[in-house]
Structures are given as structure tokens and as C-alpha cells.
Design a protein around this ligand. Structure first.
Ligand SMILES: Cc1ncc(COP(=O)(O)O)c(C=O)c1O
Length: 354
């Protein structure tokens, strides 16, 4: 079964992965080198990840009994579904995730609930979703917010309404991996909602997709314990564990400053890309995060990707594999100004030549 994701091509200007355009902060790179010098890879990491969990929970200001550290957000998402074992998995689409694979592997019924396209955005009709969910037995609802691939961020009151209205009947899995880069507060630490699992990741925020560190939070300690029991014993490598523990426990304040600066950088570059691409005739959806979704009815996304790759060594993410999107949708990440100019020029020439 093939999985379709961005990245994985070297020697290109990569707009297909949604990592922080500023790259990893030097603090992280120094910590990786420090951990390697100490040859931590010759030891097993602490199988309970006590110190790492402490560092992560202080960083987010939540209790460590409420979190599980995971091998990227991907593991957190899979573990949650495996442990909750819902009768039905409802995925709000378009959305990131290989949920169909999980549903097939675990023999769970998967239902897609589609947001509708309105103008330059997507609308999420919470009432219709609630009506549908009420008829289902033991459902788990997956909501990716900030949304990949649309860049939409739902208002917290809409998410609160959903969580409250299904309380006691359904669990909600909130995939919030783009929160830090979007300035979205999200539901980490919202202890009043017992039926949520929140997933976060350091992958995008610190631009470290190869280290593989994410986490999940739930106010429901029983659920956290069950998920923690289900994870592989050493699910995070000793290099990743050592790096993140060192950075979070010593330099948390610097890291938050870096994140804040990254956000303002992204906002500026997103405005630049959005306005330039709109003036070239591309439909650009309103995004609140570090990537944008485009529509280009005159060329399909695979031809567009190939043309950009062959001529300009620029890699974008065809978005037709996201449910609810078409072969005329493409996702691009917000990168540094020089790269963004390259993308704008390349897409401009593509318009002229078509
Ligand atoms: C919405 C969303 N959730 C989860 C992930 C997986 O993140 P990680 O690399 O931390 O496993 C991604 C990666 O693209 C994503 O876009």
C-alpha cells in the first residue's frame, strides 16, 4: 500500500514539506552534536522517558501525567486510534493522515465528513457533523486544526461546541501539529474536556523531521496511561531523547522566542506569496499557517509539479491525494524570501507558457 507525502527528494528547493522555513535553531543543532559526542546512541534511552516527559510538560505548562512522548505526531495519531478502537472513525476532510490504512488494518469503519469550499476558504458545518455523529456508535472524530492541506484554522468556540456536544458519546482527536507556527492556542492543557486527545509535534516547529519527536496530551489520565502502555518500549531514539531533553530543559525561553520570531516571519512571507500568486491568476486559499493551497484549472497538479521540478528544481506537493481536493490543487510551503521569489517566478513563467 503506497503512502503519499511531501519531501524525500534531494537537490531541490523543497516546497513540499511544511517545516519551519528558518530551519532548525542552532540550539537544536548544537544539542544533537553534544548528544552524539557523548555517544548516547550506544545506550538504550530511559524506557519511561521520565526526564523528557518532565521537560516537555514544563515547556507546555501541563502535567506530565497527561502526556505521552511519541515518535513524531504520526505515532501519536496511530496509537490513539489503536487504543481507543472506535467502532467508527470520522475524519473531517480534507485532512492529513493515513486513516484509511489504519481503518483497514484494524477493521474499523472510516467515514469522511467533508468541509465545503466557500470563496477563498473552506467551511466546517459543525451542526451537520453533530447530526451525523449522534447516529454512530462509539465514534472517534479526527479534526486537523490548523488544517493540512487547506491552512484553515477553526475558531476555538466551534471546536469547543463540537467537544461539548459529543461529550460522553464520542472522543475527539485534535491534530494540532501546526499550532506553534500559526499562533493558534489549541487545546493543550484544557483540562475541562475529558474526551479529547491533542497531538503536537516538534517536527514542523523546529524543522527536525528526521529526529521524530511528537507528543499527545489528554486531560483523561486513564486514557494517557493506556496509550503509554501501548507504545513501543523505546519509541524515541536516544539521540532524539537526549537532544530534546537538553534543549527544552535548558533553553525553553530561547525556543519560545525562536517560535515567536518564526511566526512573524511566516506571516510576512505568506502575505508575499499569496498576493503575488493571486496576481498571477492562481486561486490562493486563505491560510493562517506555514503553507498555502493553490488551485490552477488550466494545468493539472502532476504536470505542474513535473514542469517546476524539471525546469527550476522546485518541488511542490500535488494535493489531489487529499480527499475532497482535485487534480487542480497543489500545496506549497512558505519558505524564505529568496526561495519564495523563485517559486513566484517559476509559477509566473508557467502561466505565460500555458
Ligand atoms: C497535520 C499533520 N499531522 C501529523 C503529521 C506528522 O508529523 P510527524 O512528522 O511529527 O510525525 C503531519 C506531517 O506532515 C501533518 O501535516
Amino acid at each position: 500500500m503506497k503512502r503519499f507525502h511531501g519531501g524525500g527528494v534531494s537537490g531541490v528547493v523543497d516546497f513540499s514539506v511544511n517545516t519551519n522555513p528558518l530551519g532548525p535553531p542552532s540550539l537544536v543543532e548544537e544539542a544533537v552534536a553534544w548528544c552524539i559526542r557523548r555517544r548516547v546512541y550506544t545506550f538504550y534511552p530511559d524506557s519511561n522517558y521520565e526526564e523528557l516527559r518532565q521537560a516537555v510538560s514544563s515547556f507546555y505548562g501541563v502535567s506530565r501525567e497527561n502526556i505521552v512522548v511519541c515518535n513524531g505526531a504520526s505515532e501519536a495519531l496511530s496509537l490513539t486510534v489503536m487504543v481507543l478502537r472506535p467502532k467508527t472513525l470520522v475524519v473531517v476532510q480534507p485532512s492529513y493522515g493515513d486513516y484509511d490504512l489504519l481503518c483497514r488494518a484494524l477493521r474499523i469503519k472510516c467515514i469522511d465528513f467533508y468541509m465545503s469550499e466557500v470563496g477563498e476558504g473552506f467551511r466546517f458545518n459543525v451542526e451537520v457533523l453533530l447530526d451525523m455523529v449522534k447516529k454512530l456508535k462509539e465514534p472517534l472524530i479526527v479534526l486537523t486544526n490548523p488544517n493540512n492541506p487547506t491552512g484553515l484554522v477553526l475558531e476555538p468556540r466551534v471546536v469547543e461546541q463540537l467537544i461539548t456536544d459529543v461529550s460522553g458519546k464520542a472522543w475527539i482527536l485534535l491534530d494540532e501539529v501546526y499550532s506553534e507556527l500559526s499562533g493558534y492556542k489549541g487545546f493543550m492543557g484544557r483540562s475541562e474536556f475529558e474526551n479529547i486527545v491533542v497531538v503536537r509535534s516538534f517536527t514542523k516547529t523546529l524543522s527536525i523531521p528526521g529526529l521524530r519527536i511528537g507528543l499527545l496530551y489528554s486531560p483523561n489520565k486513564g486514557m494517557v496511561r493506556r496509550i503509554d502502555m501501548a507504545r513501543p518500549t523505546w519509541n524515541i531514539s536516544s539521540i532524539a531523547e537526549c537532544t530534546l531533553r537538553r534543549v527544552l530543559s535548558r533553553y525553553a525561553e530561547e525556543l519560545w522566542k525562536f517560535i515567536e520570531y518564526s511566526r512573524s516571519y511566516i506571516v510576512e512571507e505568506r502575505i508575499f506569496l499569496t498576493s503575488r500568486l493571486r496576481s498571477l491568476g492562481y486561486k490562493v486559499y486563505d491560510s493562517k499557517t506555514n503553507f498555502i493551497l493553490l488551485r490552477h484549472d488550466w494545468i493539472d497538479t502532476i504536470s505542474l509539479r513535473d514542469a517546476l521540478l524539471n525546469k527550476y528544481k522546485v518541488l511542490v506537493r500535488p494535493a489531489h491525494t487529499f480527499k475532497g481536493l482535485t487534480r487542480y490543487h497543489t500545496r506549497v510551503s512558505v519558505r524564505r524570501r529568496k526561495d519564495n521569489e523563485l517559486l513566484v517566478n517559476a509559477l509566473g513563467e508557467l502561466v505565460k507558457s500555458s
